[in-house]
Design a binder for this molecule. Structure first.
Ligand SMILES: C[S@@+](CC[C@H](N)C(=O)[O-])C[C@H]1O[C@@H](n2cnc3c(N)ncnc32)[C@H](O)[C@@H]1O
Length: 312
C-alpha cells in the first residue's frame, strides 16, 4: 500500500486523515509533519513528527494548510530537500489506488455526515425555497405523477411529508447508509415507502420503465458531471414513457475544474445547456429549464424538467 505524509496537523490535515479513515485507507497515512510536533505527538493514533524526523523517508508529502504564505513556506522547505509533494488530494488518492471520480463522490457524501445541514434544512425559510407555491421548483413539481415516485439523494427525507399524501408509492434513494437508516426510522409508520442505499451513480436495483416520476433537489448541484451522465441514462431507463424527471443541478461554468471540494458554493462544473444535451442524447424531451440564483449568487443553478417521450 502506497504511503504518504500529511504536512500540517491542523484542521485541514486532520480532515484528510478522517476522510482516509472513512475510506478504510488510514494505512496510507504514514504520519503528520508539523512544527508543533513536540507538543502534539499523535492525532487519532497517527504520529506527528518534525520535518527533520521524516527527512530520510522516501515518501511524498500532501501539503494540508489553507494559509497561502504558510503553504509557500512549506513548498520551499520541500523543494530544497528535493522531496515529492502536492497539495492536490486527488493526486494522492490516485497514488493510493483510488479512482478520482469515486474519491470525489465519496468525499461529497462524507461531507454531509455530522453537519447541521439536515436540521437547518427543515426550517421554514429553507423549506420554502422548494415548496413556495410561486417558486420555480414547486411550479414544475406539480407536473409529476406521484403514483410511483423516486426521490434521489433524499437526505433526511424533509420533503416526504410535503408530498406523501399525494403519492401512492415512494422510493427514497441516497448514497449514505446513515440517511437511509434515518428515513426508515422517521417514516416507520408509512408502508408505502421503499428505501435504497445506492452506489452514487446508478439505480441498478430499480426496474426498467416502472416509475411515473423522479426528482432530486439540492444534491445534484454537487455531483460530478460523469455521475450525472450515468444517472441520466438510469432515469431514462427506470421511467415509464410519459414519466417526468425534475432535477436541480449546477449551472456553474466559471471553472471547468470545479468540483464539490473547490467549486463556488460547492457546485460542480455543469451548465443548463450541457445538462440538456446529455438528457436529450439519452432520449429525454427537455420540457423546461429555469436558471436560478442560489444564496445570492446569480445564475448559479438550474432547474430542469424532463419527459420520457412515448415512442411512436
Ligand atoms: C445537501 S443534501 C440534500 C438532501 C435532500 N435532497 C434535501 O433537500 O434535504 C445532499 C444529499 O445528497 C446525497 N448524495 C451525495 N452524493 C450522492 C450521490 N452521488 N448519489 C446519491 N446521493 C448522493 C447526500 O448523502 C445527501 O443526502
Amino acid at each position: 500500500m502506497n504511503k504518504f505524509i500529511i504536512y500540517g496537523a491542523g484542521k485541514c490535515g486532520q480532515k484528510w486523515l478522517d476522510f482516509f479513515k472513512y475510506k478504510h485507507l488510514q494505512e496510507c497515512v504514514y504520519c503528520f509533519v508539523d512544527k508543533n510536533a513536540k507538543s502534539i505527538k499523535k492525532i487519532s493514533g497517527v504520529d506527528v513528527l518534525s520535518f527533520e524526523e521524516t527527512y530520510n523517508l522516501d515518501l511524498p508529502y500532501l501539503i494540508a494548510v489553507t494559509d497561502s504564505e504558510l503553504k509557500e513556506e512549506i513548498e520551499n522547505i520541500l523543494r530544497k530537500a528535493n522531496k515529492k509533494y502536492t497539495d492536490n488530494i486527488e493526486y494522492i488518492a490516485e497514488y493510493c489506488g483510488e479512482d478520482r471520480i469515486t474519491f470525489n463522490r465519496d468525499y461529497c457524501a462524507w461531507s454531509h455526515l455530522n453537519t447541521s445541514y439536515f436540521e437547518r434544512a427543515e426550517e421554514s425559510d429553507w423549506m420554502d425555497v422548494f415548496w413556495n407555491k410561486n417558486g420555480v421548483f414547486y411550479k414544475m413539481f406539480i407536473n409529476l405523477d406521484l403514483s410511483n415516485v423516486v426521490e434521489l439523494a433524499c437526505g433526511h427525507g424533509r420533503h416526504v411529508p410535503m408530498y406523501a399524501s399525494s403519492a401512492k408509492h415512494i422510493t427514497l434513494v441516497d448514497i449514505l447508509e446513515d440517511n437511509i437508516r434515518f428515513c426508515k426510522e422517521r417514516f416507520r409508520n408509512k408502508n408505502n415507502i421503499s428505501y435504497y442505499c445506492n452506489n452514487g451513480y446508478n439505480l441498478s436495483e430499480l426496474a426498467d420503465s416502472s416509475y411515473t416520476s423522479l426528482f432530486s433537489y439540492d444534491a445534484m448541484v454537487h455531483f460530478e458531471m460523469l455521475d450525472i451522465v450515468s444517472y441520466l441514462k438510469e432515469f431514462y431507463r427506470i421511467l415509464m414513457p410519459g414519466g417526468y424527471a425534475l432535477l436541480h443541478h449546477s449551472n456553474n461554468t466559471s471553472d471547468y475544474k470545479a468540483a464539490f471540494k473547490t467549486g463556488v458554493a460547492m457546485r460542480s462544473y455543469m451548465s443548463a445547456d450541457i445538462f440538456a444535451y446529455f438528457a436529450y442524447r439519452n432520449g429525454f424531451e427537455i420540457v423546461e429549464q429555469k436558471i436560478i440564483d442560489w444564496e445570492g449568487i446569480k445564475n448559479l443553478d438550474c432547474i430542469t424538467l424532463l419527459k420520457k417521450p412515448h415512442i411512436l
